[in-house]
Ligand binder design. Structure first.
Ligand SMILES: [Zn+2]
Ligand SMILES: [Zn+2]
Ligand SMILES: [Zn+2]
Length: 326
């Protein structure tokens, strides 16, 4: 296993042949349920643990291949963790109480801080892949963290645009975007005192909404306790809208975009959360095909304004007030 450098796109590829050796799990066994090998029987609500089949390691082996000029590799130093959202196998983030979602956010914050403090970690990437459609094999509600030894390319791109904007306009690009979306209202999904959710003017996915804190902050630890609570509130509302839209357990990819943890200042960056749900309507999937994969240009077959309206009108409150199962 190693990191291999793509000279053409100037980015790292994580090669981890070892991961194919994951044990095959029997159908009736869940490694994230209380009582499984690494999971306490009780006394917890949310849990973080090291990912045993990690693509990045604190103490990685030397690369399998020897580096040469155009075949450059280095050890895959980094860390991967799992965040188990709840002891309950059949729950989902959407179904948890606001208070419980807040505990998830607090654990994200703690892990961001601890992993980011390590000198070899340049970027802490927190995300969730939800649903079999996304390729998730474990149904137990959980998210993942990749603590990278480099700043990933998408983040680099966002950093460079926002830095340029900051220098030219003496303002935060993201703050301006959310201000514009808020005034325009056409793509607005919902908001509370501290957070706003909208489908961007330049949305890439039919239901690919973004959530932003209204205050200009760069990472989770910058949020106040009150803001953590309001973050949980809006997250619950958006996830419930997703589930109610087609009356299904809505699959998605959810990612947190925060500043890097390489100790450099990033005053021009703005914390946010992005969703990439694969559905384009109840029964159809949006595939990233030739144009997206080969040219890097997204085609959007609807108007974001009409997709935003669907979500805005979808019920954001639990139809049955859900009591926390814990
Ligand atoms: Zn389970
Ligand atoms: Zn901002
Ligand atoms: Zn982003």
């Amino acid at each position: 296993m190693e990191l291999r450098w793509d000279h053409i796109l100037s980015e790292w590829i994580i090669v981890s042949g070892e991961r194919n050796k994951r044990p095959f799990l029997p159908k009736d066994f869940c490694p994230f349920c209380p009582g499984a090998e690494e999971i306490p029987q009780n006394g917890w609500k949310v849990l973080s643990l090291p990912n045993r089949f990690s693509a990045l390691m604190a103490d990685p082996p030397l690369p399998d291949v020897t580096s040469r000029r155009l075949l450059y590799s280095k050890p895959s130093k980094g860390l991967c963790e799992v965040i188990i959202y709840t002891p309950h196998h059949n729950a989902s983030l959407a179904k948890l109480s606001v208070e419980h979602i807040r505990s998830v956010i607090e654990l994200w914050t703690l892990r961001f801080r601890e992993l980011g403090d390590k000198d070899y970690i340049k970027y802490v990437f927190i995300f969730e892949n939800k649903g079999r459609m996304i390729g998730v094999t474990l149904d137990h509600p959980h998210g993942l963290i990749y603590a990278f030894p480099f700043i990933p390319p998408l983040i680099k791109k966002e950093l460079s645009s926002s830095k340029r904007y900051w220098k030219r306009n003496k303002a935060c690009l993201f703050c301006k975007i959310l201000e514009t979306e808020r005034k325009d209202k056409l793509r607005l999904i919902c908001e509370n005192e501290s957070f706003i959710c909208f489908l961007p003017f330049f949305a890439r996915w039919p239901y690919g909404v973004h959530i932003y804190p209204k205050r200009h902050v760069q990472a989770l630890p910058d949020l106040t306790e009150k803001e953590h609570e309001r973050f949980a509130l809006i997250l619950k509302e958006v996830l419930t809208k997703f589930d109610n839209l087609f009356n299904m357990n809505f699959p998605y990819i959810m990612v947190l975009h925060q500043k890097p943890t390489d100790e450099k200042p990033y005053p021009y960056y703005h914390l946010h959360l992005e969703f990439y749900p694969p559905h384009r309507d109840k029964n159809n999937i949006k595939y990233f095909a030739g144009v997206e994969m080969g040219a890097g240009t997204v085609t959007f077959d609807y108007r974001p304004e009409s997709k935003a309206k669907e979500l805005r009108e979808s019920q954001g409150n639990d139809p049955l007030p859900h009591r926390d199962l814990c």
